[in-house]
Design a protein around this ligand. Sequence first.
Ligand code: NA7
Length: 550
Amino acid sequence: MNDSQTETHQTSPATRADLDPNIDFDAVVVGAGFGGMYMLYKLRELGFTARVYEAASDVGGTWYWNRYPGARCDVPSLQYSYQFSEKLQQEWKWTERFSSQPEILRYANHVADRFHLRQDIQFHTRVESAVYNAADETWTVSTDAGDRVTARFCIMATGCLSARNTPDFPGLENFRGERFHTGNWPRDGVNFAGKRVGVVGTGSTGIQAIPVIAEQAAHLFVFQRTAQYSVPARNAPIDAEEEARIKADYKGYRERNTRQPFGLDLLSQMSTINTSEVGEEGRRHHYKGCWEHGGQALMLAYADTGTDKAANETVSDFLKEKIQSVVNDSKVAEVLTPDHIYACKRPCLDTNYFEVYNRPNVTLVDCRSTGIEDITPTGVIVDGSEHEVDCLVFATGFDAMTGALNNIDIRGKGNRALKDKWVDGPRSYLGLSSAGFPNFFTMTGPGSPSVLANMIPALEQHANWIGDCLEYMRTRDLRTIEATLEAEDPWQIQVLQVADATLWNACDNWYTGSNVPGKPRVFMPYVDWVGYVEICKDVVRDNYKGFALR
Ligand code: NA7
């Protein structure tokens, strides 16, 4: 594909594609984040009609909702972006090594403008149900705006981290101050000046927001249940030389990254030797270099860092020492010191996170043993003491991967609800399709690398796979596709086996659903991006082996 073709092609097909004159659209896509946007582009390119429904007032998905102070991507900008258009990736100029939320949202808007995507997106519209009609093999999609449309295919681009998790804290409804969830941040921002602010949660989000809020607030109380490791991001303006080097062969760069773990340019940082092969001094020297470099380098410091507990301990000890050296008050430092496996919870990147606890206007409240006991009209009670606050910020994360899907009433063959099928955890083949739900696709769904890959390229890979599949069906006059149980069951076992060979499954984290009370504990992402991409290609080569096509 060349860009001139692409850019003239990107208007809606004037007439419905020839799949079926009795349906409203060939495909309905749910969500206009980076996944839904590119899915729409791909469908149009192939001549399919599509309608995208989006609850927000504009494009951007995660980056539309997560406008909290300090929000920033922790994948380098030159990689966290689309690759489908050479012109786009050449022309767009990122300003920082790790992009801020406003810049990523500007980029999403730019893409929507450039490819005229909005004309097929209906905003302010939340999909409430999607029901499969076996008689005519279509999906009926209903929305809170009163739409009821039919489509041959239903494609969920609902995001992995879009269903917010706000725990049912006792007394929350009595709180008289303002409260916010970081994943639904007011568009006009929040002025914390002169306020006493409480932040609950110290995951990636809390760790980004806390230093920025601390600068504005009169006083900040951080309610921490689990201490976290964090490494300085070392964000900086884009290095012009590096940008020029990458852009000189952006296509080749992307192709090489696709063949690397997580779909990221990490090889230069990855070691092929094991931790024990290096003496203590050499190891410390290497860890120090990774620390100075910033980003996720420490996660891959040695070949066995992510798979062997003893190896992992040497990195976590290094990080614990860093916390002790940065935080002045040794008791506070102790509370901030994690005791789980490094990178088992998603590793955080920060800018001046631990330093914030040296500020006189910041108090760390350890709620590990008693939890948040009560929320009163004026504050938060932990361990019997009330901490008075004017506003509360919940950085309490997401019902990841399955939450957004389960919030929609999705019904497949025999009117079976997806959430009933998934009551003990998600079941799919390749995180793309679930048996009993024909012509229904999940983009970066559970069982695919998704959050353990570079998200935008991972979304492109799924959109391309789905688009090619629809094209394959059209040219062969096939009406339905769904995963078979014979493929789905072993895939589920494989997802767990691959995860068990790492340390990802060894603590409570949102990959396993254990952050949400009552959610079944099942490891959801597929850890091996490189292997996954090859499996997807093999499936196509074998005429969609593992899928029932009719
Ligand atoms: P996370 O990583 O799930 O972090 C949520 C934080 O909220 C974490 O510190 C939790 O503590 C805390 N939390 C959750 N429930 C409670 C209750 N009931 N009481 C006290 N504290 C609680 O979400 P993020 O938004 O930070 O990050 C999600 C992803 O977005 C991130 O990994 C990146 O991929 C982008 P816990 O650790 O569960 O004890």
